[in-house]
Design a protein around this ligand. Sequence first.
Ligand code: SF4
Length: 893
Amino acid sequence: MDSVTITINGLVASGRDGMTILELAREMGISIPTLCYDPDLSPAGACRICLVEEEKTGALLASCVTPITPGMVIQTDSPRVRENRKMIIKLMLASHPESCLLCEKGNRCRLRQIAAELNIGFLDLYKLPNYTGIQELNPFIQRDLSKCILCGKCLRADQELVVVGAIDYFQRGFAAKPATWGDQPLEASPCTFCGTCVSICPTGALSEKGKPALSSPITSVSSICPYCACGCGLSLKTAAFGVVAVEPDREKRTVNQAALCARGHYGWDFISHKERLTSPLLRQGDNWRKCSWAEALDFATATLNKVCQEHGPEALAFLGSSKCTNEENYLFQKLARVGIGTNNIDNGSRLWGPPAAQVWGAPWGWGAMTNPIADLEEARGLLVIGANPDETAPLVAYKIKRAVRFHQAKLVLVDPRGTRLASFAQPWLQLRPGSDGFLLLGFLRVILEEGLGEKKIIETNQAELAELQEAGQVISWNQIVQETGIELPLLKECARQLAREKPLAIILGDGLWQEGWEHFNLAALINFSILTGNLWVKGGGIYPLGKENNAQGARDMGVLPEFLPGYQSFLDEEVREKFAQAWGKSLPKQKGWNAWQMIAKANEGKIKGMYIMGENPLRSFPDQQFVQNSLAKLNLLIVQDLFFTETARLAHVIFPAASFAEKEGTFTNAERRVQLLEPAVLPPGESWPDWKILTELLTRFTGAPAYATPAEILQEINGLVPFYGGIKKERLKQESLFWPCFNAADQGQPRYKGQNVLSISPLIKKIMEIKERKKEAQNSFLLIWGTPLFYFGGGTRSEKSRRLRKIMPPPSLHINPQEAVKRGWTEGSKVKISGGSKEAILPLSFNKEIPPGTVFWPLTPGETNPHNLLDFPEGWPGYFPYPRSRRVSLERI
Ligand code: SF4
């Protein structure tokens, strides 16, 4: 790129061609005040505060939109510049209310700061009355547009960063303001309350509603969002009495830059919820009594030892957490393996995570995305299938929409429901729920039959591809069309488009692997990516959307029955020896039970004791009654959590734990980006960070000295998990992103280069099975279910967030209005849903996004949830035991 040389404030400097004066000045460390400028938004040149003087022409130029040209001589702070800046600010202040003392923005208001910098005191201009009043009923955002300076940052954040388009300029002249379509309240607009506009607003025009206090924060602490696997960087703002606000962390190069979603921005108030556990509790009959940590830990140690001595280590099981830190999960499995001597250890992500290991093999395939989330903007083709990222992984949805809106990428959406992404799709395939495997088989056939694959890959995978071609003889196009409900010309054109638009990124979610297809659909998608030459290229790749914030980390840390940390097999003697050396004790060799099996074995009386850290299986696992009966049979149940959850109610001892905002450690997001969180506030009462509880227990069991800090635990992980080698706290403080492995598409050679087409025969077998099963009751509905934006997880975060709770819709069953009217059912009328041996009663909610013959049940707080219609998947050995869709009958009551 050519360089351009100019003079700024007497200093000669060279910049890149196309750079603005503001960008070059900032690179030189010269400060120019701005109001409407943000490095993550397109420049608008709206406020003119950034004006500078070009000495040769005498022109006053808005530096944020003026490119540097050779020979320019710029003054950024000349008397003329200052005079004009002052006048602009004075004009803004003339129509600005004098309510600074009461303004939520306080001394963070940029208008006020710049006025002070320019020494504007008494305002010698006639004040313009500009009263608008505070608007909105929603629990998150309030607008006082009398403080709006029309910088347009909120509009650009809405349209460019999160690509929602809920607001734009409304009216002209003095009446102009940012508003929704027809100036409706935000609640009546497509706004998702992500709050990106609020954190980017330079004045108090947009502010956070329902904050615990209006005080200005004193400190900012970097942390990571405790909700989904995107791993957005947060800046926790604290005052004397705790966290008072959360903003996107813009100090570091985070995955999210200036954007968050409503959960990350406003769902943090669970940390100061009055129902937090504040003291260890011991059960006494049907009651509980507070006790000291020493008593609680001694009780747990003695009872674990007793069960171990009486029934052997295999009678104990450990359920770790996809929400706790890497260090905590590492200690948890260490306690199970060397403290007790069992591999009966698993984590809650078995419920949602991708079954990638069955397809790719560990470690590379254990669920991580092949490319960074940011790379989605480099894609030219996108396929979203089995996923609704707008609700489960909003940051991924922002990137998909940006790719479509600003980089002309073509999105194929495969979803029975018309989700928010449908309006971005070209085309949206509204396939019948549960028919994904048929569609994917159809896509693969088009690639092979029309010769659209990469020649080299086809040549080297002849045997596997012959298998695929054979499948074409068994399953006709007619059958594929019948099953999917997609017309053949459209299906074929879609496959061609996906092959043509390169690089192609494939985004898939739990809808795909929870349909009872296990990992077969994932194998088909990987094949599609390999055959079309889209795997291991920038802008291409596979993006499985896991759910919880540290599901990847829990798996990486060996909170799995199959593997030691780093997916190292305990069946390998050398590996066992390495860990035994490091841990000072020999390791168990027997394969452990997974989460489902633990519960089933507890029911059979084979598991006598369980330790559950940061999971609430009574809420999040299928068949609540079965889980309850199983846990109630235990001789010992230890629960470690933030709240007195449904599972905690069955425990014999409860350890109160610290939340993400109260502890140090690392989370690993879905891209396998390891990120540091630092404590912003103290844990409430006597509660402790999970790592501290675990290190105390480990010491009791092994006699080894306690770890002093999570950094010390991370250091041990560095030495034992090859792909966490070199990840040190100090380094993570400097570098917000760090790729230990796998996501090397933008850093030269990927470490894994597999291009072998995977066997498709299990998929074909499954398709045949499904065909046989198709003789379903004609009068039944297909029930599908999913996670909504404002409710997430097992009841200890969003459900305890006052503001998220306010906006959560009550439980209801979504049905297509035509389908309901046909049966004489009205909106709000109650229906009995029967599935197998179980029933539930719900009111109907009309939703024209739902295809006829299908009903949708969004997860909500409380016991009435779709997975309680399922029977517990006893003894299931695989990753995903229960289908996301199932046949149910409905009866009006
Ligand atoms: Fe948190 Fe996910 Fe929302 Fe980011 S997208 S703020 S990680 S919930």
